[in-house]
Design a protein around this ligand. Structure first.
Ligand code: FPP
Length: 235
């Protein structure tokens, strides 16, 4: 009956939400960004400790330039606001993904948001930006390789726990529940290592319409499975 400690979300369907209303795709992303604020508050209220959101994937660079620009602007704007609300909501903000490809100002903003909010622990909000799970694992493997080459690590010392510590998510527990909105049944290169034992919840509701009620439904489904199987960690 326990609330999932860590929920990871693939926020899909902004474009389709906008198209249905005769709006440009970017209007869907704006609505999606607004919804992020609401879902953070709802998650905190429901007792969720960690929320990890897929905001921009390594594959998303291939979208039209104007859409990439609009998404980056939305993310930077959101992060600004987030820092203000972090104090009110006691929220620790983290970003996962390779931020080196982002513009210098945005990178600075990210480092600053992480630093300022590091004292909080009520809700841990992690935003995946320029994130791809395969890329994350390759970066981790390169770091492992360097440590082996330079004598800091023997290959046989590498365990699952130690490999965890090379990943971007090193400070986070593995997700208990993955939610994907808007009907697709794929992982799209998201947290492939970390989701090994997680429950999955798919809904047709597009991200901008995924509200507190929908989040509760996902959590209820998770809790019912937890009850039926006696806890996912015991399988
Ligand atoms: C998928 O919708 C969504 C994205 C590629 C980006 C997610 C971004 C946001 C929700 C807004 C900004 C995020 C934060 C954290 C403030 P899609 O465009 O693939 O939708 P479609 O499949 O219907 O076309």
């Amino acid at each position: 009956m326990s609330v999932p400690q860590h929920i990871a979300i693939i926020m899909d369907g902004n474009g389709r939400w906008a198209k249905k209303r005769g709006l440009p795709r970017n209007a869907g992303h704006t609505a999606g960004a607004k919804n992020v604020e609401k879902i953070c508050l709802a998650a905190k209220k429901l007792g969720v400790k960690y929320l990890t959101l897929y905001a921009f994937s390594t594959e998303n660079w291939s979208r039209p330039e104007n859409e990439v620009k609009a998404l980056m602007k939305l993310l930077a704007g959101y992060l600004d606001k987030c820092v203000q609300t972090a104090h009110e909501n006691q929220m620790h903000i983290r970003v996962i993904g390779d931020i080196n490809r982002l513009d210098a100002k945005f990178q600075k903003q990210i480092v600053e948001a992480e630093r300022i909010s590091a004292v909080y622990d009520d809700l841990n909000l992690t935003i995946a930006i320029n994130y791809g799970s395969r890329d994350e694992m390759l970066r981790a493997m390169r770091a492992v390789g360097r440590d082996v080459k330079e004598g800091r690590l023997a290959p046989e010392e590498l365990t699952e726990e130690l490999f965890d510590s090379y990943l971007d998510t090193r400070e986070l527990p593995d997700p208990d529940l993955l939610i994907r909105t808007s009907g697709e049944l794929r992982l799209s290169n998201y947290l492939l290592w970390q989701l090994a034992y997680s429950e999955f919840y798919f809904t047709d509701v597009p991200w901008p319409d995924f509200d507190e009620e929908e989040l509760k439904k996902a959590i209820d489904t998770y809790e019912n499975r937890d009850r039926r199987y006696g806890g996912i960690k015991e399988e």
